[in-house]
Write a protein that binds this ligand. Structure first.
Ligand code: ADP
Length: 440
């Protein structure tokens, strides 16, 4: 298939050829008709002149001298020799010169002194044919030049207007899966081309968003599995460091089984998030001692805390709430993991439970980097990270708090944060207290 610009040029040129042909034919025909009509008018005037002359110059008495008068008249008139005068019943009075092949004829009949005269006048159409020929020649030779000129300018114009499309095609080809942030240049023309570029950019944005979501989800899955995996490894490594007795091995293995269960639950949650579903935690709700639950979590993460040179302070009262224990444990793990990530060496992390009468609070506090006040409301958004470069080093992908808040909301509770840059942050998970909590 020919390129669009060539096709457009061919179409222009064909239309132009037709237009030139039609207008040329019309001009030539009209010109010929007009010139013929003028010649006819001149011939009619000439015949009228003959009649006027005869009436003026002859009388009934001198009617016999009409042929002489006519010969004299014809000799004084330009082209007078192409006139014929015939008296009805009496033959030719004035004989015309040989009539040219290309000529027009006009006739006139008039009566004088009781007789009837038929007159004829011829006019050569040679001059008309020449004029028409000149015009035809002009058209014939100017048309190809016009066609070439307009064809070339049409080609230039269509190339010019299609150039942004070519640029867009090349730019679109350069954009690969790794480069979805690139955008096409939108010409400032506010026309079809700029709207096409805008539509492309919107599509690229949608593609980029979903691609980023996919990438982040994969990264997030790894991120979420990192803490339990690290705990698994640390437990196994600690057990292997020296030989231990049967009980110690059994306890280590129980811990391994417990962590694996949580990892399984976690991967299911991640799958649910990937499908955009809120994790279904209703069936697992049981009255749970949150203090005790946190205590076991603290024991589990202690090796990680030590590894990072941090201090973990626990202030864990036995408070009860009706929850899905694994989910609440996951919330605490996310908060503790964040606290560990954003607190420098030697910093302190506090894990505490509080009984506020109708509600209980699980609080994770650190004295780390803190969060700027204007960012605070957004940290619970999915994929939101306060400082992308900082978090890339620490490996965060901005899903932890979103998952944590989703779990809190699913329990009818809330998860809120307070923070001051440089002074640390505090995250509070508030849940309804169950009557069984007892307040001990
Ligand atoms: P991430 O996996 O990046 O930690 P989160 O959803 O858990 O994602 O947290 C969102 C952002 O909130 C983090 O990127 C971080 O900038 C900020 N943040 C969360 N917890 C803390 C904290 N304890 N101290 C400082 N900043 C925090």
């Amino acid at each position: 298939m020919l390129p669009i610009r060539v096709r457009l040029t061919l179409i222009y040129s064909a239309l132009l050829f037709l237009a030139l042909f039609a207008s040329g034919t019309a001009v030539v025909t009209l010109l010929r008709q007009r010139l013929n009509a003028r010649l006819d008018e001149a011939l009619d005037r000439r015949l009228q002149g003959v009649e006027n002359f005869l009436i003026r110059e002859t009388t009934a008495a001198t009617a016999g001298k009409i042929p002489d008068e006519l010969a004299e008249y014809a000799s004084t008139q330009p082209e007078g020799h192409l006139i014929e005068v015939r008296e009805a019943g009496n033959g030719i009075l004035l004989k015309s010169d040989p009539v040219p092949y290309a000529s027009r004829l006009r006739t006139r009949t008039f009566g004088m002194y009781g007789k009837q005269y038929d007159t004829k006048a011829w006019g050569s159409t040679e001059a008309i044919a020449e004029s028409v020929e000149e015009i035809r020649f002009l058209f014939l030779w100017s048309s190809p030049v016009l066609l070439a000129l307009i064809g070339l300018s049409g080609y230039w114009l269509s190339s010019r207007s299609l150039r942004p499309v070519d640029e867009m095609t090349q730019a679109a080809r350069r954009i690969g899966a790794e480069d979805l942030a690139a955008r096409l240049r939108v010409p400032p023309s506010n026309d079809e081309i700029s709207r096409l570029a805008e539509a492309w950019n919107e599509m690229l944005k949608r593609l980029e968003d979903s691609f980023t979501r996919m990438q982040r989800f994969t990264a997030d899955a790894a991120h979420e599995l990192r803490t339990p995996l690290a705990a698994l490894r640390t437990t196994a490594e600690l057990s292997l460091r020296r030989s231990r007795n049967n009980d110690e091995y059994q306890q280590a293995l129980r811990q391994v089984v417990e962590i694996s269960h949580r990892m399984q639950a976690l991967s299911e949650t991640l799958l649910a998030i990937a499908r955009g579903q809120v994790p279904n935690i209703e069936p697992g709700k049981v009255t749970t001692n949150i203090g005790e639950l946190m205590d076991s979590l603290a024991t589990e993460i202690q090796p990680l805390i030590d590894d990072k040179g941090l201090h973990l302070v626990c202030n864990l009262k036995p408070v009860f709430a009706e929850v899905d224990a694994d989910s609440i444990r996951r919330v605490a793990a996310i908060l503790l993991d964040n606290a560990m990530k954003y607190t420098p060496r030697d910093g302190t992390i506090t894990l505490q439970t509080e009984d506020l009468g109708k509600t209980i609070v699980l609080r994770v506090t650190d004295n780390g980097s803190g969060i700027p006040a204007d960012e605070l409301p957004r940290i619970f958004d999915r994929f939101y990270r306060v400082d992308a470069s900082r978090d890339r080093q620490t490996g965060g992908f901005g899903l932890g708090l979103a998952i944590a808040r989703q779990i809190a909301t699913a329990h009818g509770g809330s998860l809120e944060a307070t923070s001051a840059v440089g002074n640390g942050s505090s995250f509070a998970l508030t849940l309804s207290k169950t009557p069984a909590s007892g307040g001990c």
